[in-house]
Design a protein around this ligand. Sequence first.
Ligand code: UDP
Length: 495
Amino acid sequence: METTLCPKKPHFVVIPWPATSHMIPIVDIACLLAAHGAAVTVITTPASAQLVQGRVERAGGQASAGITVTAIPFPAAEAGLPDGCERLDHTPSVDLVPNFFDATEQFGEPVARHCRSLAATRRPSCIVAGMCNTWAHGLARELGAPCFIFHGFCAFSLLCCEYLNTHKPHEAVASPDELFDVPVLPHFGFKFARRQLPLQFLPSCSIPEVRLRELREFEMAVDGIVVNSFEELEHGSAARLAAATGGKAVFAVGPVSLCGAPGLVDSRADSDDARRCMAWLDAKEARSVLYVSFGSAGRMPPEQLMQLGLALVSCPWPVLWVIKGAGSLPDDVNEWLQENTDADGLQESQCLAVRGWAPQVPILEHPAVGGFLTHCGWGSTLESVVAGVPMATWPFTAEQFLNEKLIVDVLRIGVSVGVTKPTEGVLTGKNGGGRPKADVGMEQVKKALDMLMDGGVDGEARRTRADELKAKAKAALENGGSSYMNLEKLIQFAG
Ligand code: UDP
């Protein structure tokens, strides 16, 4: 990849928040900084070292050579977590989420010791920390370095959160379904219900109150915000966020998934399953396949999964459906999946079900993929933008309902399924517990998918807009592009 050599070589210490979908983009940011000539130390834990190292190696060239990966033991056992539980998505139950936050807090001390020892030879000139590593700000001050936060959110969603934190419209509503305005961009009337907001704005969530306070104090204290996005995608949200946060530096430096060589992206994606997905796609016509996936951990309750499944197997197009947590589905649902989907690429069904980790970036970039049914996680959203693939939106939780507005209303590259309630997941505190009725019926899903995959005027216009954004995404990271220049500014800020 193209690189720049800085006259002075600042040293970035990048400390990911240990959750898989958070680590992927922040390590890619480390690779981009190194490709721009900075020295970078990425601090991780032993169980994640391979994931981090794999992404660093994938970046190649100066990016790989400029990065040191350091694994520091994670105090899982000390915080009451099972041995080896070093990422949030490895936490076996929602009851252990507070323990995970305790472990994250305790992790701050050994990281600080390591950074002090680094200071003797190669003083850190800037810390970029995941949003739950709240101790990073104190450490940066001690080392005399600026501190940047990385949330994993886009600038638009961060702007909405800043508005919610400042104006608190969600606290004035009578019910979790009552809609209120979030007027963050001119000419758009965004409305949300409280239940659609990120966890910190919900009346109860599995993250303890004291931790939520620390998170807010951390984001208010930092010098700046690094965003995996590009300015052309955000309709001025980055500049508005800078203003709304009292003039913090806001640098959109993405889309970071473009930072490595194309092809299979990490060691987990280099598997028989991954190769089977790609071979299956190779046999399909251009833009004919619907890809369905809900992020690194998105699971649906069984009845909801069945409604989705009924919609997918009745689609006229081939479907590639990634299912997480299949091991804990009831027997009857598993049997249905076995009978109605193609589990091994050998049956007649047009619906290939993949249980486990799919190579999402290469899938989205495959010419056969014509649409993506997504939970609107920001990583997935941006990967779809980069690939020029229009989306059908089914937000689950976190900031995904906010992202949906950007995809559907602002960028007009998506069709909303019309989901109004969050799908319960590990952080929202209602795992399992019987078989609740599905909120979204198969007909509702089919309607959105028909619109998404439609070859008519609206579908064509959506595809054209998606193609235009794909070109802008690539240009943003090229020499002189907006993200390229923001990386240079970030390096100057540190130097
Ligand atoms: N991902 C993947 N294969 C999978 C599931 C997820 O490669 O089977 C990657 C995906 O490409 C993205 C990340 O995991 O980079 C998911 O991030 P996102 O922000 O979309 O969702 P989250 O997992 O945080 O809900």
